[in-house]
Design a protein around this ligand. Structure first.
Ligand code: KG4
Ligand code: ZN
Length: 339
């Protein structure tokens, strides 16, 4: 069913994402037909973080209406589908099970194959949904709420992890740092926004693990540095913005140093940036500038495809289905799953 539309379903955390894609490598956006998203951010905000059980229940409520909406947008009916792809992990087990069960049930009812996709492969392939997509080989910086990874991509499905986080992921560091300075959930985007008002150079934090060789990340010490700086400060609005600026610069600098190293080590000339933190403006601007200077090309998904979405899952699933991959009828999910 290589050229039939594939339904993609993402429910690993707090966004319900659904998309339809008819995989065509030469078509703009690789054949994306429609995509819909429901974010649960408001639901979890009053608890200061994602409440897993509430997330699962909200996915149950929103998933089928979103599937209907995505089909309507693309002018399709379920009978047009050639396969169903869903996020099988990593993520929250209950949330994953909602997407997996629904996807499996639909595929079974329609008599089409279903495939469980790795959430991070989805993120990694998201830049292929844009114009001028990157050709492998490339290096991917995957920075989300749960992961900070550098991956060498020799081809689709051929991944070598070059570096990983030893403690907090980049998005987690943003979120925790925002929280300790009293910013509301979700902290990452709020902290980034505040940093725009901050003055550069007022606070300088270290660039963790850049003084020794290697491509791993460690961001939890940075959080502690910020906590101390914040506690010892006058805690004014301007100071909060200045600290946010210093923190963001430290994270962005660290990532640029590691990306340069990864490109040098692999000889790759293309860098893909994806995952929720890939939506960070400073990171995007500074990596693009580094690319101009060093002679590598940078590729970013649009902002809506940096954070979790169904389109990246539809794409990753459609490619695998087109290569004849699918799984037997099982709703197994993998809350922890290495790429
Ligand atoms: O990829 P994603 O939507 O979910 C995971 O797979 O984890 O990433 C969410 C993460 C959160 O930690 C959020 O704070 C962070 O991405 N994030 C940002 C920005 N937008 C989202 N961090 C920094 N700057 C942003 N503009
Ligand atoms: Zn994600």
């Amino acid at each position: 069913p290589a050229n039939k539309p594939v339904l993609g379903i993402e429910t690993s955390c707090d966004e319900t994402g659904v998309a339809l894609l008819r995989w065509e490598p030469s078509a703009p956006g690789n054949g994306l037909l429609s995509h819909t998203l429901y974010s649960q951010i408001k639901l979890h905000a009053e608890y200061g973080g994602v409440v897993p059980e509430l997330a699962s229940r909200d996915h149950v409520r929103k998933l089928l209406p979103l599937v209907r909406e995505a089909l309507a947008q693309a002018g399709l009916t379920p009978a047009d589908l050639g396969g169903v792809a869903y996020t099988a992990g990593p993520g929250l087990v209950g949330a994953l099970l909602v997407g997996a069960s629904a996807a499996r049930a639909m595929a079974w009812a329609l008599g089409v194959p279903a495939i469980g996709v790795h959430h991070m492969e989805g993120h990694l392939l998201a830049p292929l949904l844009e114009e001028n997509p990157p050709e492998p080989p490339f290096v991917a910086l995957l920075v989300s709420g749960g992961h900070s990874m550098l991956v060498e991509v020799k081809g689709i499905g051929e991944y070598k992890i070059l570096g990983d986080t030893l403690d907090d992921a980049a998005g987690e560091a943003f979120d925790k740092t925002a929280k300790l300075m009293g910013l509301p959930y979700p902290g990452g985007p709020a902290l980034a926004k505040l940093a725009e008002q901050g003055k550069p150079g007022v606070f300088r934090f270290s660039r963790p693990m850049t003084d020794r060789p290697g491509l791993d990340f460690s961001f939890s010490g940075l959080k502690t540095q910020v906590l101390l700086a914040w506690q010892q400060s006058d805690q004014s609005e301007q100071t909060r913005a200045d600290i946010a600026r210093g923190f963001e610069e430290a994270i962005v600098d660290t990532m640029i140093i590691k990306c340069r190293r990864a490109l040098q080590a692999t000889g790759a000339k293309r860098l893909v940036i994806a995952g929720g933190v890939g939506a960070n403006k400073r990171l995007r601007a500074e990596l693009a500038a580094a690319g101009e200077k060093d002679g590598f090309q940078t590729y970013f998904p649009r902002l809506a495809f940096c954070t979790d979405n169904g389109a990246m899952i539809a794409l990753a699933g459609a490619i695998r289905l087109a290569h004849g991959q699918h799984q037997d009828e099982s709703v197994q999910v993998f809350p922890r799953w290495d790429l």
